[in-house]
Design a protein around this ligand. Structure first.
Ligand code: BG6
Length: 528
């Protein structure tokens, strides 16, 4: 057993690691691994960043690990005119610099023969009439049995045009076993636009053909939330208002807006992180157990949580929401600009880069338990985690110790960058006196060396090919989250929420007012 100092409470911490090498009774239990059916993937937006940085590297890695079907091909499309080979070369230069040690020329040579390129104009129906035969020719050559996935890696303004043109050119029909459309976030920018987009896409695709991506759901540790909660007997009985004081969900990044001002200026943190990733994490933390671990039942349970979220008190919003925008500062010893000085950002911009908010789930299990959620850019460190803080002990038997100094038990589901589960509890310090110390039981995924780990995009792409909707977001889920946040976003945009920006320096954990959200005087946000 190893020990080292841990992060939960400074000074008095011992960390106990759980070692995977010591097999426990039961060992590994795995469902049968599935390889998707043959299929063709058409990427709209193939010359873009997402295709180069995420999609093609993910397919390359899946291919390298024999997780793709033998009969498979990718057709990239965009406006730029280039040859198949020019497209392959532009991809190779990025993929070869990806995950270290995983690129080799021989594998790439075989994989890249499955990649093709076709220039087209997404707003022009005639372009789709030309795309059809090009695709059919490749499908025949690669024996993909007319199974098709269309991936929309384009700016959201094009979602409606592309889905309509696919429909009107006859490409959305199910000639093979399936035709699917994968749509990136943001899905709409408020309730009305999300509803309109859902309605529009449904004219040409049925709900089971539509895969709305939330890449957070593909993260290994996010998927583990359900396994941890529902495949262990000891946590579920205490996972409720009787034992849990509050929940803190954090997604903090050190990065700023980077080169995405064009999008981010129209989004802000509530659209960018809360409407999707943060509320999905909340739903997974709060949902009831599905009777079967299948997409339909998991989706249904998550939707029930989203339906139970209490609307924000619009007349007293300050008590439930704190907003921020980063100013200049220092991250890891390096000076960085403020948001308003970033390229492409309006120097008087009021776009929010930080938010902390209190949510309540109005049902029996969670009545009165606050879910504090925060997300921000240019924070001191990158961390995404869910911290379940249990209630304080009801009675102090050690008279000499002041009760407030006894830290409550905290269970941390750490999503990234460290993939861990930690549980803190009190023990007696060895020795003559009855001194307490907090120790941490610490399970790290990294200890499990040698296992095949898929990153979030690899996971969701594979599931999209397998037709498993579990890690995708349903129509109702999208609309419920927008319904909750749209009044708040409107109030902010109409200047009804008071905040003077910038109000936190880069490299700090956000505006100090965020502390005022926490209910009890002795509670703190988890340290960043
Ligand atoms: C994206 C947001 O969805 O998630 C980005 O648009 C954010 O602004 C990113 O940086 C965070 O994802 P990850 O996987 O890096 O935590």
């Amino acid at each position: 057993m190893d020990s080292e100092s841990g992060p939960l409470k400074s000074g008095m911490n011992i960390r106990t690691k759980i070692r995977m090498e010591e097999p426990m009774e039961g060992g590994e239990v795995c469902p049968v691994e599935q390889i998707p059916d043959p299929c063709a993937l058409v990427i709209f937006g193939a010359s873009g960043d997402l295709t180069h940085r995420k999609l093609i590297p993910s397919f390359y890695y899946l291919f390298r690990n024999n997780l793709l079907p033998e009969d498979f091909m990718i057709l990239g499309t965009a406006r730029t005119v280039m040859s198949h080979d020019q497209f392959r070369e532009s991809l190779k230069s990025v993929v070869s610099q990806g995950r270290s040690g995983l690129f080799d020329d021989d594998t790439w040579a075989v994989f890249s023969k499955k990649i093709f390129y076709h220039p087209m104009d997404y707003r022009d129906l005639a372009s789709f009439h030309i795309l059809g035969p090009v695709l059919s020719g490749l499908e025949q050559a690669h024996k993909t049995r007319k199974n098709r996935i269309f991936y929309l890696a384009v700016p959201p303004v094009l979602y409606a045009d592309i889905s309509r043109n696919l429909g009107e050119s006859g490409l959305s029909g199910q000639d093979g076993v399936y035709t699917r459309i994968i749509i990136e976030k943001p899905f709409g920018r408020d309730l009305q636009s999300a509803r309109e987009l859902n309605k529009h896409v449904h004219r040409y695709f049925k709900e089971d053909q539509i895969f709305r991506i939330d890449h957070y759901l593909g993260k290994e540790t996010v998927q583990n939330i359900l396994i941890f909660r529902f495949m262990n007997a000891i946590f579920e009985p205490i996972w409720n208002r009787r034992y849990i004081d509050h929940v803190q969900i954090t997604a903090a990044e050190t990065l700023g807006v980077e080169n995405r001002a064009g999008y981010y200026e129209t989004a802000g943190v509530l659209r960018d992180m809360f409407q999707n990733h943060m509320l999905q994490l909340l739903a997974l933390t709060a949902m009831e157990s599905p009777s079967r671990f299948d997409a339909g039942q998991v989706q249904e349970e998550k939707i029930k949580v989203l339906r139970s979220l209490r609307p924000f008190p619009m007349d007293r919003l300050e008590g439930s929401l704190v907003l921020g925008q980063y100013g200049p500062g220092e991250i890891n010893g390096e000076k960085v600009k403020g948001y308003r000085e970033e390229p492409g950002v309006d120097p008087a911009s009021n776009t929010t880069t930080f938010a902390a908010a209190t949510f309540f789930v109005d049902n029996w299990r969670w009545q009165g338990v606050p879910f504090y959620i925060r997300s921000g850019k240019r924070m001191p460190r990158k961390v995404s985690e869910i911290a379940i803080q249990f209630k304080r002990i009801p009675h102090l038997m050690l008279q000499a110790v002041e009760d407030k100094s006894i830290a409550p038990n905290v269970l941390i589901l750490s999503i990234q960058p460290e993939e861990k589960i930690m549980l803190s509890f009190q023990t007696k310090m060895p020795g003559f006196k009855s001194c307490l110390r907090q120790v941490v039981m610490d399970f790290s995924y990294k200890i499990d060396g040698g296992a095949l780990a898929l990153d979030s995009y690899e996971r969701v792409l594979l599931d999209g090919m397998l037709g498993d909707q579990m890690l995708f977001v349903q129509e109702e889920g999208v609309e419920l989250t927008w319904a909750l946040l749209t009044p708040v976003i409107e109030a902010i945009e109409q200047g009804r929420v008071k905040a003077r920006f910038p109000n936190y320096a880069s490299g700090t954990p956000g505006p100090a007012e965020a502390d005022t959200l926490l209910d009890h005087e002795e509670d703190r946000w988890r340290k960043l």
